[in-house]
Design a protein around this ligand. Structure first.
Ligand code: MTE
Length: 327
């Protein structure tokens, strides 16, 4: 999906780290001053300075697939995260020094409750769930990934969106120093994605904080990223710093880069080809190994499923919508 286009870089909307840090220091001090652990502390306790830390209190989900999962190595070394480079290995190679702590999320727009929330306060009210989902990239490859996350629908409920809130818009951190890919004009930064309110409050989308029961690695979007399993992977925005309730449809990063190639809806659909390649089949990453001679004859390709196989849960969202026009 690599496209070179000039981009207007928008100024950061992130408030100063100093303000944020002093608030965190205050909160830690308050916590140490004798309060007892609340249920949600599970998550903050599990965010360590060292990598590959186990998350605790994770429950399983009825929405998980029992398909064979991709290996931890597949999931963490074959990535798209243009903020760290455009080759599949770049996010793994270039994000090791990125420190996703402290982190905060700004909630803004058409909602009763808005403000800036430390990651821990944002995540802690919810139960961590393992959701084993298929991920289908618009580039016609796929994986099965055991995410750990919280229900986006539950998060949205907490902020009490107004009836004028028709869309939920997400933004990735804008920081050219820490995200070297943002020095290039491969996309307009920060990365922006969005869902309709109906999509965002469907039970399937999650905000992921982990994979394979461990804290999310940087290359997969630490510390917080969206997962929308029936849409092409580019909707599943990484490194989220802002959630905005909007009355109008946002211009999203890939739509801005190539509107005839990447639509707002981006529902997985075998019948609507990308202008430069077919979407009828997909390559399951990792399936090349161990399948011997067969792999030489592209037997590792499988049929793409409408809505990536999640039609039962989401097809009703698009009743009466022309999926060809609204691709
Ligand atoms: N989010 C940001 N901020 N930047 C990106 O470049 N790439 C998207 C999506 N989220 C991307 C992003 C694309 S194209 C895909 S396929 C998925 O992340 C890949 O997620 P994964 O690397 O965890 O498999």
């Amino acid at each position: 999906m690599l496209i070179k286009k000039p981009a207007d870089i928008r100024p950061s909307e992130i408030t100063s780290q100093d303000n944020y840090l002093s608030r965190r220091k205050f909160m830690r001090a308050a916590a140490l001053a004798g309060s007892s652990l609340v249920a949600g502390e599970v998550f903050s306790a599990a965010i360590p300075d060292k990598k590959r830390a186990k998350l605790s209190g994770v429950v399983s989900s009825e929405y998980s697939t029992d398909e064979a999962r991709n290996s931890y190595d597949d999931i963490t070394t074959y990535n798209n995260y243009y903020e760290f480079g455009v080759r599949k290995e770049d996010p793994y190679l270039n994000s090791q020094g990125f420190n996703p702590q402290p982190w905060s999320i700004e909630v803004s727009g058409e909602a009763e409750i808005t403000g800036r929330f430390a990651l821990e306060d944002f995540v802690n009210p919810y139960t961590l769930e393992e959701r084993i989902y298929r991920l289908r990239c618009v580039e016609a490859w796929s994986m099965v990934i055991p995410w750990v996350g919280i229900s986006l629908a539950d998060v949205i409920k907490r902020f009490k969106p107004l009836s004028s809130a028709k869309y939920v818009v997400f933004e990735t951190l804008l920081d050219k120093e820490r995200m070297p890919g943002q020095r290039s004009r491969s996309l307009r930064w920060p990365y922006v994605e969005g869902l309709t309110i109906a999509e965002a409050t469907n039970p399937l989308p999650i905000l992921a904080v982990g994979v394979y029961g461990e804290v999310l690695p940087n290359q997969n979007g630490a510390p917080l990223r969206l997962i929308v399993p029936w849409k092409y992977g580019f909707k599943s925005i990484k490194g989220i710093v802002r959630m905005h309730f909007s009355d109008s449809r946002p211009a999203t990063s890939w739509e801005i880069a190539a509107p005839h190639e990447y639509g707002f809806y981006a529902n997985v659909n075998p019948e609507v080809d990308h202008p430069r390649w077919s979407q009828a089949r997909e390559r399951r990453i990792g399936s090349e190994q161990g399948s011997g001679l067969q792999s030489l004859f592209s037997a590792t390709k499988q049929d793409t499923k409408i809505f990536n196989g999640y039609g039962e849960q989401v097809a009703h969202l698009y009743d009466g919508l022309d999926l060809r026009k609204n691709f």
